[in-house]
Write a protein that binds this ligand. Structure first.
Ligand code: ADP
Ligand code: ASP
Ligand code: MG
Length: 453
């Protein structure tokens, strides 16, 4: 079996969905399970509709227009979409009456994008001689905890997904088209895996059925040396290790959701990133095997809108337990830290979600001086062999200086495959551009020069 995941732009309109049908047909001998996102822009629209309902306004006309026009262009029945729109309308009216949008209701609202797109895709496949059936992932075993907005699967999901999906096509003659992004809690509430979470859904499904490959079909030629929307000359990367791809996703490479690699690594399943708009481009193959390439760096990614929290305490000078005390506070309040740098009396950390920052600050102030700096970006240069190659850091930091930016923090992380640092949000695109020129200008491809050591 293989998993074929199609992102929002890959199912963005009728024309793209026709391409999806061709791509799935090509893979029929490998028993594809399709995982699909909402049509492009729909999840953002649902976020807005939830907020409007909270403010007392319900207007589904734009959402209806998008879905019905795609169904019409594909020549499939509007009925399944109309049923879901009616359900959503009741939900939004409820929200507008109580003027309250809880994380639970918000996930329920957001789920409609994937639920509607999968129904249209399955109907279109069926109409074209490829019998298919749409499933909400939570109904076929993707059980999660109830951390709405950022839910994570609970152990039984794997057995249940596998039980349902393994051999499904042989038993029924139909291709399963499974919603990305959503799951269901044990209590039966719809949950979401976080924005961009369909990649993660695909990997969970792939791991559960022991797929031979997980294909992530998107709108660029694979994982690239930088985000091509800001660096048009970025090059596609032929091969990457799981570890490199995981670092890249974690530090902002939006092409993959950060959790995607976890199930793939656990089961050793190759992940392929491919372009629906150019299906014959080679794309990127991500496996457990590390390769070094000429110039060492493979990709430059960045994550904006970070907060730096500086914690200083001369009282704690030389005392044991300083770090533990700090991390306990962040851990207890559920605030995740992206980067850490320490000196004898001070610790700086970066976080991207400031919602509980006031509580964190209040607790830290009981034993330390705290300052917070906003609007910062983490930049991360990824590549097997980064740390062990002399001169790479010097090249990176001279590029940052040439871009006229100030380095505010440098990662002390243990990974051998990345070097990360923090600059001002306002400088980040210039820094990425300068780094990209330094490492990749004039190159046509990233040539592997041997195995990682
Ligand atoms: P999908 O809807 O298919 O999931 P996304 O928009 O989530 O697509 O992810 C693809 C986008 O990721 C690309 O259009 C590109 O702008 C962005 N991106 C960011 N960093 C990278 C990178 N290093 N390589 C490729 N794409 C990247
Ligand atoms: N539709 C969801 C989002 O836009 C999930 C995804 O596309 O991966 O975030
Ligand atoms: Mg995505």
């Amino acid at each position: 079996m293989i998993v074929m995941k199609f992102g929002g732009s890959s199912v963005g309109d009728a024309q793209r969905i026709r391409t999806v049908l061709d791509l799935v047909r090509r893979e029929l001998p490998r028993k594809p399970v399709v995982v699909a996102s909402a049509h492009k822009g729909v999840t953002n629209l649902l976020v807005a509709l939830g907020e409007q309902a909270r403010a007392g306004v319900v207007d589904l006309s734009e959402l209806e227009r998008i879905h019905l026009s795609i169904a019409d262009a594909l020549g499939v029945s509007q009925e399944p979409i109309r049923e879901l729109l009616a359900e959503l309308s009741v939900l939004l009216r409820g929200i507008s009456l109580v003027r309250e949008l809880s994380p639970r209701s918000s996930d329920y609202v957001l789920s409609f994008g994937e639920r509607m797109s999968c129904r249209t895709i399955a109907a279109f496949f069926t109409k074209n001689g490829l019998p298919a059936e749409a499933f909400d992932a939570g109904d076929i075993g993707l059980v999660t905890d109830d951390a709405f907005g950022e839910a994570r699967p609970i152990p039984e999901h794997e057995e249940r997904l596998s039980h349902f999906l393994s051999g499904y096509q042989d038993r029924t003659g139909r291709i399963p088209v499974v919603t990305g992004f959503i799951g269901k809690s044990r209590g039966g509430d719809i949950t979401t895996l976080g924005r961009n979470g369909s990649d993660y859904s695909a990997a969970l499904v792939g791991a559960a059925v022991g797929a031979e490959a997980i294909q992530i079909w998107t709108d660029v030629d694979g994982v690239m040396t930088a985000d091509p929307s800001i660096i048009p000359e970025a090059l596609p990367i032929d091969r990457m290790s799981f570890a490199e791809a995981a670092e890249l996703a974690y530090y902002g490479g939006k092409v993959l959701h950060p959790a995607t690699l976890i199930p793939a690594i656990r089961k050793g399943i190759p992940v392929l990133v491919l372009n629906t708009f150019r299906p014959d481009a080679p794309g990127t193959v991500i496996t457990g095997e590390g390769t070094r390439c000429e110039g060492v760096a493979k990709s430059i990614v960045y994550k904006e809108r970070q907060h730096i929290v500086n914690i200083e305490s001369s009282r704690m000078l030389g005392r044991s337990g300083f770090l533990q005390r700090i991390f306990d506070i962040f851990g207890r309040l559920g605030v995740s830290i992206n980067m850490v740098s320490t000196s004898e009396v001070s610790v700086s950390v970066t976080i991207d979600d400031p919602r509980r920052l006031p509580e964190v600050e209040a607790e830290l102030r009981q034993f330390a001086d705290v300052t917070v700096e906003r609007d910062k970006s983490i930049v991360c240069v990824v590549g097997e062999g980064m740390r062990s190659t002399p001169g790479v850091s010097a090249e990176i930091f001279s590029a940052v200086a040439e871009a006229g930016a100030n380095v505010l923090m440098i990662s002390q992380g243990a990974s051998h495959i990345n070097i990360s640092f923090v600059v001002d949000d306002g400088d980040v695109k210039r820094v990425v551009k300068r780094l990209h020129d330094k490492f990749f200008a004039g190159r046509k491809a990233l040539r592997p020069i041997g195995a990682a050591t």
